[in-house]
Design a protein around this ligand. Structure first.
Ligand code: NAP
Length: 248
C-alpha cells in the first residue's frame, strides 16, 4: 500500500532541508527522483543512488515560469514517467509590515505560489492524460496562522493551501490526489534566523507539545503516505506535521 516501486517523483528544492528528506523518503519507498533547483543536489543524489534508485538533477531557477514545462518534459523523457510532484522549493523574507518592500513581496510570491501553481498545472495536464497522479504541496503553519514579519510568506502559504483544495476539487474525479503537508517548526536553513534569536527560539519551543523542533526526516512518512496508494481517497487536505503545534 505504501510502495512507490516503479514511480517517478519530481521534487523542487531537494538539495537541502525538507526537500532532501522527502527525496530520501520517497526513494526509500521505491521511487526514482528528479530534483529541480538552483544549487547542485550532490548530497541528495548520493543518498538516493545509495538506495538503488535513479536520480536526475535539473538545474533551474523557479522564480520565473520559464522552466516549468521543461521540468515535466525532462523528467518524463529521462526517467520515463511523472507520477508524483512535490512543490517544496520556497523562500522567505523577514521585515516589519510597515517596511516591507514590493521586491520582497514578489520574490516570495513568485517562487512559493505562482511557480508552484503553474507546476501543478503542467504536471496535472500530464497526470490527467494518464488518469492518475499525486501532487504534494508544502504548506506551513502560516497556512493557518498569521505569523509576524513575513507578510509575503504568509500570503503565499495561505495561497498554496487554497490552491491545493481548488485543484483537489477539480482533479479528484480524474484520478489525481492533490494534498499538502504543513510542516511545523523544523531545523532547516529556512528557520536559522528564528533558532538564532534566543527569545523566539524559547517561545516557539514552549508551544510545541513534542518539546523539540522537527527534524527534516520527520516529514518523510507523511510524504510517502500522500505519494502512495494509501492516500487514494485523501483529497485536498493540508496535513500538519508539527509535533502538536496546531493542537495547542
Ligand atoms: P531551505 O533549506 O531553505 O530549502 C529551500 C529550498 O528551496 C532549497 O532547495 C532552495 O534552493 C529552494 N529554492 C528557493 N528559491 C528557489 C528558486 N528561486 N529556484 C529554485 N529553488 C529555490 O528550507 P526548508 O525549510 O527545507 O524549506 C522547504 C519548504 O518547506 C519551503 O516551501 C518552506 O517554506 C517550507 N516550510 C519549512 C518550514 C521549516 O520550519 N523549515 C516550515 C514550514 C514550511 P537553494 O538552496 O538552491 O536556494
Amino acid at each position: 500500500m505504501f510502495s512507490l516501486e516503479g514511480r517517478v517523483a519530481l521534487i523542487t528544492g531537494a538539495n537541502t532541508g525538507l526537500g532532501q528528506a522527502i527525496a530520501i523518503a520517497l526513494a526509500s519507498a521505491g521511487a526514482d527522483i528528479a530534483c529541480a533547483g538552483t544549487s547542485a543536489p550532490d548530497e541528495t543524489a548520493e543518498k538516493v543512488k545509495a538506495l538503488g534508485r535513479r536520480f536526475i538533477a535539473i538545474k533551474t531557477d523557479l522564480s520565473s515560469l520559464a522552466p516549468v514545462q521543461n521540468l515535466v518534459d525532462q523528467t518524463v523523457s529521462e526517467l520515463g514517467a511523472l507520477d508524483i510532484l512535490v512543490n517544496n522549493a520556497g523562500t522567505i523574507r523577514r521585515a516589519d509590515a510597515v517596511d516591507f518592500t514590493e521586491a520582497d513581496w514578489d520574490a516570495v510570491m513568485d517562487v512559493n505560489l505562482k511557480t508552484a501553481f503553474f507546476l501543478c498545472q503542467a504536471a496535472g495536464r500530464h497526470m490527467i492524460a494518464k488518469g492518475q497522479g499525486k501532487i504534494i504541496n508544502i504548506a506551513s503553519m502560516l497556512s493557518f496562522q498569521g505569523g509576524i514579519r513575513v507578510p509575503s510568506y504568509t500570503a503565499s502559504k495561505h495561497g498554496i493551501a487554497g490552491i491545493t483544495k481548488l485543484l483537489a476539487n477539480e482533479w479528484a474525479s480524474k484520478g489525481l490526489n492533490v494534498n499538502a503537508i504543513a510542516p511545523g517548526y523544523m531545523v532547516t536553513n529556512n528557520t536559522a534566523a528564528l533558532r538564532a534569536d534566543e527569545n523566539r527560539n524559547r517561545d516557539i519551543l514552549a508551544r510545541i507539545p513534542a518539546g523539540r523542533w522537527g527534524e527534516p526526516s520527520d516529514i518523510g512518512g507523511a510524504a510517502i503516505f500522500l505519494a502512495s496508494k494509501a492516500s487514494d481517497y485523501v483529497n485536498g487536505v493540508v496535513l500538519p506535521v508539527d509535533g502538536g503545534w496546531q493542537a495547542r
